[in-house]
Design a protein around this ligand. Structure first.
Ligand SMILES: NC(=O)c1ccc[n+]([C@@H]2O[C@H](COP(=O)([O-])OP(=O)(O)OC[C@H]3O[C@@H](n4cnc5c(N)ncnc54)[C@H](OP(=O)(O)O)[C@@H]3O)[C@@H](O)[C@H]2O)c1
Length: 223
Protein backbone atom coordinates (compact mmCIF):
# COMPACT_ATOMS: atom_id res chain seq x y z
CA UNK A 1 0.00 0.00 0.00
CA UNK A 2 1.07 3.61 -0.54
CA UNK A 3 0.35 6.41 1.94
CA UNK A 4 0.80 10.17 2.20
CA UNK A 5 1.13 11.50 5.75
CA UNK A 6 1.46 14.92 7.33
CA UNK A 7 2.79 15.37 10.84
CA UNK A 8 5.13 12.37 10.54
CA UNK A 9 7.97 14.27 12.22
CA UNK A 10 6.58 13.91 15.72
CA UNK A 11 3.99 12.32 18.01
CA UNK A 12 1.08 10.35 16.51
CA UNK A 13 2.16 10.82 12.88
CA UNK A 14 5.73 9.65 13.58
CA UNK A 15 4.49 6.42 15.19
CA UNK A 16 2.10 5.81 12.29
CA UNK A 17 4.90 6.31 9.74
CA UNK A 18 7.12 3.85 11.63
CA UNK A 19 4.31 1.27 11.76
CA UNK A 20 3.64 1.54 8.00
CA UNK A 21 7.32 1.40 7.05
CA UNK A 22 7.90 -1.60 9.34
CA UNK A 23 5.33 -3.65 7.44
CA UNK A 24 6.83 -2.72 4.06
CA UNK A 25 4.32 -0.12 2.85
CA UNK A 26 5.39 2.86 0.71
CA UNK A 27 5.27 6.01 2.82
CA UNK A 28 5.46 9.58 1.53
CA UNK A 29 5.63 12.24 4.23
CA UNK A 30 5.41 15.98 4.22
CA UNK A 31 8.09 18.13 5.89
CA UNK A 32 7.76 21.85 6.57
CA UNK A 33 11.29 22.73 5.31
CA UNK A 34 14.30 21.20 3.54
CA UNK A 35 16.07 20.96 6.94
CA UNK A 36 13.18 19.03 8.49
CA UNK A 37 13.04 16.88 5.34
CA UNK A 38 16.65 15.77 5.91
CA UNK A 39 15.98 15.00 9.57
CA UNK A 40 12.82 13.05 8.78
CA UNK A 41 14.54 11.05 6.04
CA UNK A 42 17.19 10.08 8.61
CA UNK A 43 14.61 9.25 11.32
CA UNK A 44 12.36 7.24 8.99
CA UNK A 45 14.60 5.15 6.71
CA UNK A 46 12.90 4.28 3.43
CA UNK A 47 10.49 7.19 3.50
CA UNK A 48 9.99 9.62 0.60
CA UNK A 49 9.81 13.25 1.74
CA UNK A 50 7.96 16.13 0.07
CA UNK A 51 8.44 19.71 1.29
CA UNK A 52 5.56 22.10 1.99
CA UNK A 53 4.85 24.42 4.90
CA UNK A 54 1.27 23.88 6.05
CA UNK A 55 1.27 27.36 7.58
CA UNK A 56 1.30 28.48 3.93
CA UNK A 57 -1.38 26.20 2.44
CA UNK A 58 -0.70 27.41 -1.10
CA UNK A 59 2.69 25.65 -0.83
CA UNK A 60 0.97 22.24 -1.14
CA UNK A 61 -0.45 23.09 -4.54
CA UNK A 62 2.76 22.35 -6.46
CA UNK A 63 3.52 19.06 -4.66
CA UNK A 64 4.36 16.04 -6.82
CA UNK A 65 1.87 13.63 -5.24
CA UNK A 66 2.11 9.94 -6.33
CA UNK A 67 -0.33 8.70 -9.04
CA UNK A 68 -2.20 6.36 -6.69
CA UNK A 69 -2.69 6.59 -2.92
CA UNK A 70 -4.32 4.08 -0.56
CA UNK A 71 -4.43 6.68 2.17
CA UNK A 72 -3.93 10.32 2.99
CA UNK A 73 -3.54 10.87 6.72
CA UNK A 74 -3.70 14.43 8.03
CA UNK A 75 -1.84 14.22 11.36
CA UNK A 76 -0.08 17.60 11.44
CA UNK A 77 -1.47 20.17 13.83
CA UNK A 78 -0.63 23.15 16.02
CA UNK A 79 -2.19 24.53 19.20
CA UNK A 80 -2.05 27.89 20.96
CA UNK A 81 -4.22 28.34 24.04
CA UNK A 82 -5.51 31.66 25.36
CA UNK A 83 -8.70 33.56 26.06
CA UNK A 84 -10.45 35.30 23.17
CA UNK A 85 -9.67 38.58 24.96
CA UNK A 86 -5.95 37.97 24.33
CA UNK A 87 -5.62 35.65 21.34
CA UNK A 88 -4.24 37.68 18.42
CA UNK A 89 -4.85 37.37 14.68
CA UNK A 90 -1.49 35.62 14.26
CA UNK A 91 -2.48 32.78 16.59
CA UNK A 92 -5.89 32.45 14.95
CA UNK A 93 -4.42 32.44 11.46
CA UNK A 94 -1.66 29.94 12.26
CA UNK A 95 -4.09 27.40 13.72
CA UNK A 96 -6.69 27.81 10.98
CA UNK A 97 -4.07 27.53 8.22
CA UNK A 98 -2.27 24.43 9.54
CA UNK A 99 -5.26 22.62 11.06
CA UNK A 100 -7.95 23.40 8.50
CA UNK A 101 -7.02 25.23 5.28
CA UNK A 102 -3.92 23.14 4.54
CA UNK A 103 -5.75 19.79 4.99
CA UNK A 104 -8.41 21.01 2.56
CA UNK A 105 -5.79 22.15 0.03
CA UNK A 106 -3.75 18.95 0.33
CA UNK A 107 -6.86 16.79 0.03
CA UNK A 108 -7.78 18.55 -3.21
CA UNK A 109 -4.28 17.93 -4.62
CA UNK A 110 -4.35 14.24 -3.57
CA UNK A 111 -7.92 13.38 -4.63
CA UNK A 112 -7.10 12.13 -8.15
CA UNK A 113 -4.58 9.68 -6.62
CA UNK A 114 -7.04 8.62 -3.91
CA UNK A 115 -9.80 8.05 -6.48
CA UNK A 116 -7.37 6.03 -8.59
CA UNK A 117 -6.66 3.60 -5.72
CA UNK A 118 -10.02 3.73 -3.92
CA UNK A 119 -8.16 5.25 -0.98
CA UNK A 120 -9.09 6.54 2.47
CA UNK A 121 -8.67 10.05 3.87
CA UNK A 122 -8.11 10.15 7.64
CA UNK A 123 -8.39 13.45 9.49
CA UNK A 124 -6.81 13.49 12.94
CA UNK A 125 -9.21 15.77 14.75
CA UNK A 126 -9.55 16.20 18.55
CA UNK A 127 -12.10 16.21 21.33
CA UNK A 128 -11.88 19.97 20.71
CA UNK A 129 -13.53 19.34 17.34
CA UNK A 130 -16.67 18.28 19.22
CA UNK A 131 -16.65 20.59 22.26
CA UNK A 132 -15.08 24.04 22.67
CA UNK A 133 -13.85 24.86 26.19
CA UNK A 134 -12.54 28.15 27.60
CA UNK A 135 -8.98 28.99 26.37
CA UNK A 136 -9.36 26.67 23.37
CA UNK A 137 -11.33 28.89 20.94
CA UNK A 138 -8.97 29.05 17.94
CA UNK A 139 -7.84 25.42 18.11
CA UNK A 140 -11.42 24.22 18.67
CA UNK A 141 -12.68 26.40 15.79
CA UNK A 142 -10.06 24.89 13.49
CA UNK A 143 -10.99 21.36 14.55
CA UNK A 144 -14.76 22.02 14.33
CA UNK A 145 -14.02 23.21 10.79
CA UNK A 146 -12.00 20.07 10.11
CA UNK A 147 -15.03 17.98 11.09
CA UNK A 148 -17.14 19.95 8.59
CA UNK A 149 -14.51 19.42 5.91
CA UNK A 150 -14.52 15.65 6.55
CA UNK A 151 -18.32 15.39 6.57
CA UNK A 152 -18.73 17.33 3.31
CA UNK A 153 -15.93 15.40 1.64
CA UNK A 154 -17.41 12.03 2.70
CA UNK A 155 -20.65 12.74 0.87
CA UNK A 156 -18.90 14.17 -2.17
CA UNK A 157 -16.44 11.32 -2.63
CA UNK A 158 -18.58 8.26 -1.82
CA UNK A 159 -19.43 7.92 -5.52
CA UNK A 160 -15.71 7.99 -6.39
CA UNK A 161 -14.79 5.13 -4.03
CA UNK A 162 -12.89 7.37 -1.59
CA UNK A 163 -13.72 6.82 2.09
CA UNK A 164 -13.33 9.54 4.71
CA UNK A 165 -12.75 8.97 8.43
CA UNK A 166 -12.20 11.28 11.37
CA UNK A 167 -10.35 10.25 14.52
CA UNK A 168 -11.02 12.27 17.68
CA UNK A 169 -8.22 11.58 20.15
CA UNK A 170 -8.36 12.78 23.74
CA UNK A 171 -5.16 14.01 25.38
CA UNK A 172 -2.25 11.99 23.98
CA UNK A 173 1.31 11.87 25.30
CA UNK A 174 3.18 13.78 22.57
CA UNK A 175 5.23 17.01 22.36
CA UNK A 176 1.97 18.86 21.61
CA UNK A 177 0.47 17.72 24.91
CA UNK A 178 3.62 18.75 26.77
CA UNK A 179 3.23 22.24 25.29
CA UNK A 180 -0.45 22.34 26.28
CA UNK A 181 0.52 21.50 29.88
CA UNK A 182 3.11 24.31 29.83
CA UNK A 183 0.46 26.76 28.61
CA UNK A 184 -1.97 25.52 31.27
CA UNK A 185 0.74 25.87 33.94
CA UNK A 186 0.38 22.20 34.93
CA UNK A 187 2.98 19.49 35.57
CA UNK A 188 3.17 17.00 32.71
CA UNK A 189 2.99 13.24 33.31
CA UNK A 190 3.03 11.34 30.02
CA UNK A 191 1.77 8.18 31.75
CA UNK A 192 -1.55 9.91 32.51
CA UNK A 193 -2.49 10.20 28.85
CA UNK A 194 -3.18 8.02 25.80
CA UNK A 195 -0.04 6.60 24.19
CA UNK A 196 0.53 7.85 20.61
CA UNK A 197 0.90 4.16 19.63
CA UNK A 198 -2.75 3.57 20.58
CA UNK A 199 -4.00 6.41 18.38
CA UNK A 200 -1.71 5.32 15.52
CA UNK A 201 -3.16 1.79 15.77
CA UNK A 202 -6.71 3.20 15.52
CA UNK A 203 -5.69 5.06 12.34
CA UNK A 204 -4.08 1.90 10.94
CA UNK A 205 -7.35 0.09 11.44
CA UNK A 206 -9.16 2.74 9.37
CA UNK A 207 -6.55 2.60 6.62
CA UNK A 208 -6.78 -1.21 6.47
CA UNK A 209 -10.58 -1.45 6.68
CA UNK A 210 -11.96 -3.90 4.07
CA UNK A 211 -13.88 -2.23 1.26
CA UNK A 212 -17.31 -3.44 2.43
CA UNK A 213 -17.50 -0.79 5.16
CA UNK A 214 -16.52 2.69 6.22
CA UNK A 215 -15.95 4.01 9.74
CA UNK A 216 -16.82 7.67 9.66
CA UNK A 217 -15.93 8.75 13.21
CA UNK A 218 -13.76 7.17 15.88
CA UNK A 219 -13.33 8.70 19.33
CA UNK A 220 -10.33 7.61 21.41
CA UNK A 221 -10.36 8.65 25.07
CA UNK A 222 -7.99 8.08 27.99
CA UNK A 223 -9.24 5.04 29.97
N1 LIG B 1 -1.45 15.30 21.60
C1 LIG B 1 -2.73 15.42 21.90
O1 LIG B 1 -3.12 15.44 23.08
C2 LIG B 1 -3.76 15.51 20.82
C3 LIG B 1 -5.12 15.37 21.19
C4 LIG B 1 -6.09 15.46 20.20
C5 LIG B 1 -5.74 15.68 18.88
N2 LIG B 1 -4.41 15.84 18.55
C6 LIG B 1 -4.10 16.07 17.14
O2 LIG B 1 -3.28 15.00 16.70
C7 LIG B 1 -2.46 15.44 15.61
C8 LIG B 1 -1.03 15.05 15.91
O3 LIG B 1 -0.62 15.76 17.06
P1 LIG B 1 0.61 15.32 17.97
O4 LIG B 1 0.12 15.34 19.36
O5 LIG B 1 1.25 14.11 17.39
O6 LIG B 1 1.51 16.64 17.79
P2 LIG B 1 3.06 16.89 17.60
O7 LIG B 1 3.86 15.83 18.26
O8 LIG B 1 3.26 18.31 18.01
O9 LIG B 1 3.25 16.76 16.01
C9 LIG B 1 2.69 17.70 15.15
C10 LIG B 1 3.26 17.51 13.76
O10 LIG B 1 2.69 18.52 12.91
C11 LIG B 1 3.72 19.06 12.12
N3 LIG B 1 3.49 20.44 11.74
C12 LIG B 1 3.11 21.48 12.53
N4 LIG B 1 3.11 22.62 11.83
C13 LIG B 1 3.47 22.31 10.56
C14 LIG B 1 3.66 23.06 9.37
N5 LIG B 1 3.51 24.38 9.35
N6 LIG B 1 4.02 22.41 8.24
C15 LIG B 1 4.23 21.08 8.25
N7 LIG B 1 4.08 20.30 9.35
C16 LIG B 1 3.71 20.92 10.49
C17 LIG B 1 4.96 19.02 13.03
O11 LIG B 1 6.10 19.17 12.24
P3 LIG B 1 7.58 19.24 12.90
O12 LIG B 1 7.90 17.82 13.20
O13 LIG B 1 8.40 19.86 11.84
O14 LIG B 1 7.44 20.10 14.14
C18 LIG B 1 4.78 17.66 13.69
O15 LIG B 1 5.34 16.65 12.89
C19 LIG B 1 -2.69 16.96 15.50
O16 LIG B 1 -3.61 17.21 14.47
C20 LIG B 1 -3.32 17.32 16.84
O17 LIG B 1 -4.12 18.47 16.73
C21 LIG B 1 -3.42 15.74 19.49
Amino acid sequence: MRHLLTGAGSGIGAVLAQRLLARGDEVVVLARSPERAEEMAADLPGVEVLVADLARPESVESLAVPDALDSLVHAAGVVELGPVSELGVEAWTAQLQVNLVAPAALTRVALPALRQAGGTVVFVNSGAGLHAHPQWSAYAASKHGLRALADSLRGEEAGHGVRVSTVYPGRTATPMQEKVHEQEGRAYDAAAWIRPETVADAILHLVDLPHDATMSDVTVRPA
